[in-house]
Design a protein around this ligand. Sequence first.
Ligand code: B16
Ligand code: MG
Length: 217
Amino acid sequence: MNLEAIIFDLDGVIVDTAIFHYQAWKRLANELGFDLTIHQNEHLKGISRFESLEIVLEVGKINHLTKKEKEELATRKNEWYSENIHKMTPDDILPGVKVFLEKLKSAKYKIAIGSSSKNAGVILERIGYSNYFDAVIDGNKISFSKPDPEVFIKAAKELKADPRNCVVFEDAAAGIEAAHNAGMKAIGVGSPEVLCKADLIVPDFRNINISIFDKLI
Ligand code: B16
Ligand code: MG
């Protein structure tokens, strides 16, 4: 691999918005009369809002809602989630991320965001990264969410990079699969149990150097 570009998932990799998603889905589940565990929440990571809702409803064995009712629930969840992300500041960037991104930029690698979220623009603005990445592909620009490779293929295309020379950082099993489906290497950020299919796993971005990519070849 002749490394050209690095693509970062957003929720759970650059910032810890994964917890806000969980809190909002759990609140919705509780209002509907059931609970959503952390383990069940793992399946919601990296997939679209509507696909997530379908899984949540399945957990609660709720299967008689109309499309309109489902849309209302998804909107309600997003309003709670929005309240939290609008309070974010650059201090919410996860430890080690800023330094690592600066190292990549200094080494002239191209960097992109590849996220399933339709809220990615707001989050990037709140944390001061609106114009920082060479490309941002988010939930508004894709038709199929992870594990479909669309988001990463589009990011590589915008960066004018060969997918085989791209590395993805992901916190979700669906995202690792999406990177592999795109022909890219995937580094999991988080728990080895969830990310067992990743080419490499790191707990977070503290103490990470560019030399990490040597381990992928
Ligand atoms: P939204 P990522 C994903 O973002 C989240 O992991 C996933 O939990 C969420 O359902 C999805 O975005 C859609 O988010 O409701 O904001 O459009 O991890 O791909 O950056
Ligand atoms: Mg994520």
